[in-house]
Write a protein that binds this ligand. Structure first.
Ligand code: NAD
Length: 535
């Protein structure tokens, strides 16, 4: 049985260290003025810090006309940018990599202040951006290099595949990973020779604008990356309507509308959307490691991570032993808002997020679920803090069962057969990320292959797959279309072109051959090509 008596009633709070920086130390009027120069817009909008709910900065707001102007500028700049040798474009990313690591404290402060996450969780973004910059800085030219292919008639047809930039990419980014999902996703687009018009979320715009300045410092021409700011439903459509390609990260609901707009214009789109990610604990898992991993997977960035785990499937033979560890560790997680390392979990980002978390928990409890840990908002720490929460006894049709919570709430389910766990894990419309824990690695990987999920981590929650940047990352089903990372993450920002040069003989009857003779000659040739193992 679980022993709740020894665990503390409330999650403890990490105090701010003596002399820690405050929002006013970081977001100075000088910094805001510098960053605001990067926005095309003459209106006024305000962003806040979730740590206190107070105003952080006043920034320009863009109108649909400003968006049109941003595209005009980006389009002009793109031609010159695309004309540069690809190695020169890639070199910008390698310089950016070094600058990010050197100046990380500046952006860690901004990420923390704008999202409310802990410094360690903010550092995940620094790592992800550095990895993407290194990868596309080094491998970008090889991905984009013209490739020779066998022609229709070998030797006589000389064929090459070329990659051209799309032009101006429309990029829409959410608030939850404002560094990684702004610049991190734009880097391959730049290497491929595109310009970008980006609409970050206003509440996390300082981070995106800081990234833009740093990339310009690394050598990106200013006009190649335009930023517009404003309400999603007001200027979002204006951004989507003008892009030669659309890169969208956000909710499934908004993503559907964006996809329809792109489809009407027959431009491509990649959509990185929501998830209801499952973690399976196999009977032979190391329970200490699995419990520790599940804590990270469920509560990093207070669960406001698209690849966070929200459903835990634990084999009935180990369920009590696993839960004892998982619940005890979750109750120890320290909440905190200092601009310093130390706290285990930060704040939610907005009242909307807090309301959603509260709604999911209250509805589940009203219908019979039990709270094993957490379950309460923590206004004593900050207006939007909420405890990491574990629910047991969750059943359909409770909203928390299949809807994305996008907060620090995880439900525990017991299973008897592994096939049953796989079926349950696959039972939502989403398919973004999953995790399998087991002692027998081969068996765990077999289980992983049966999951309908764009990434599956074995003996890790989410970071192993996301950090493996040579490999594609993205969602199946309602979790999206297209992939970031690897070859797909850069080739999506290009148009493929095949140039086939026919030499000596035309692809038609010639040398006095009639149609029937030509048809026979081609039929024989096809048999020979197969026999010679041409592909
Ligand atoms: P959201 O869809 O509300 O907003 C995302 C972005 O779209 C914001 O910049 C917003 O201003 C903009 N937007 C809103 N309406 C628009 C419209 N009509 N046209 C164009 N743009 C519009 O999502 P959110 O709440 O900001 O982000 C959380 C969601 O994002 C979660 O569902 C999460 O799972 C998902 N997400 C997915 C990934 C991934 O890689 N799959 C990564 C991060 C977040």
């Amino acid at each position: 049985m679980l022993d709740h008596a020894t665990a503390p009633e409330f999650n403890p709070v990490t105090p701010s260290p003596e002399g820690a920086r405050t929002a006013a130390d970081v977001v100075t009027p000088e910094l805001v003025a510098q960053l605001a120069e990067g926005v095309i817009g003459s209106g006024r909008t305000i962003n806040h810090t979730p740590f206190t709910g107070r105003k952080l900065a006043e920034l320009p707001e863009s109108t649909p006309e400003d968006v049109a102007f941003a595209f005009h500028r980006a389009r002009e700049a793109q031609r010159e940018w695309a004309a540069l040798p690809v190695r020169q474009r890639a070199a910008v990313l390698l310089r950016f990599h070094d600058l990010v690591l050197r100046r990380q404290d500046e952006v860690l402060d901004l990420i923390q202040l704008e999202t409310g996450k802990t410094r360690l969780h903010a550092h995940e973004e620094v790592q992800a951006v550095a990895v993407a910059a290194r990868h596309y800085g080094r491998r970008g030219p090889a991905y984009l290099r013209p490739k020779r292919h066998t022609g229709a008639i070998p030797v006589l047809t000389k064929v090459s595949e070329h990659r051209h930039p799309r032009g101006v990419v429309a990029q829409i980014a959410p608030w939850n990973y404002p560094f990684e999902l702004s610049v991190g996703d734009a880097l391959p687009a730049f290497v491929a020779g595109n310009a970008v018009v980006m609409k970050p979320d206003t509440e996390t715009a300082l981070t995106a604008l800081w990234a833009r300045r740093l990339l310009i410092e690394a050598g990106l021409p200013e006009r190649v990356w335009q930023v517009v700011l404003g309400e999603g439903h007001v200027i979002g459509p204006a951004v989507v309507e003008r892009g030669d390609y659309v890169s969208f990260t956000g909710s499934t609901r908004t993503g559907r509308g964006v996809a329809q707009k792109a489809a009407e214009r027959l431009v491509g789109a990649s959509l990185e959307l929501g998830g209801k990610n499952a973690l399976i604990v196999l009977p032979d898992a190391d329970l200490d490691r699995a419990a520790e991993g599940a804590v990270r997977a469920a509560f990093s960035s207070a669960g406001q991570l698209c690849i966070s785990i929200e459903r835990l499937y634990v084999h009935e033979s180990v369920a009590d032993a696993f839960l004892e560890r998982f619940v005890a560790r979750t109750k120890q997680l320290q909440l905190g808002s200092a601009l310093a390392y130390g706290a285990d979990m930060g704040s939610l980002v907005s009242q909307r997020q807090l309301d959603n978390v509260t709604r999911h928990i209250e509805e589940a409890v009203a219908k019979g679920a039990t709270v094993l840990a957490g379950g309460r908002a923590r206004p004593d720490v900050g207006p939007l803090f909420h405890e990491p929460t574990i629910l047991d006894g969750v059943e359909s049709p409770m909203a928390v069962c299949a809807e994305e919570t996008f907060g620090p709430v995880v439900s525990v389910y017991r299973y008897a057969e592994v096939d049953e766990a796989v079926e349950l894990a696959n039972s939502t419309a989403y398919g973004l990320n999953a995790s399998v824990w087991g002692g027998d690695g081969r068996r765990a990987r077999q289980v992983a292959a049966g999951l309908r999920s764009g990434t599956v981590n074995v003996n890790e929650g989410y970071a192993a797959a996301y950090g493996s940047v040579q490999s594609p990352m993205g969602g199946m089903g309602d979790s999206g279309l297209g992939r970031r990372h690897g070859s797909e993450g850069i080739l999506k920002y290009t148009e493929a072109q095949t140039i086939a040069h026919q030499r000596l003989l035309p692809m038609a009857p010639s040398w006095g051959m009639n149609d029937a003779a030509y048809a026979k000659f081609m039929s024989v040739s096809l048999k020979v090509l197969k026999a010679l193992r041409f592909r």
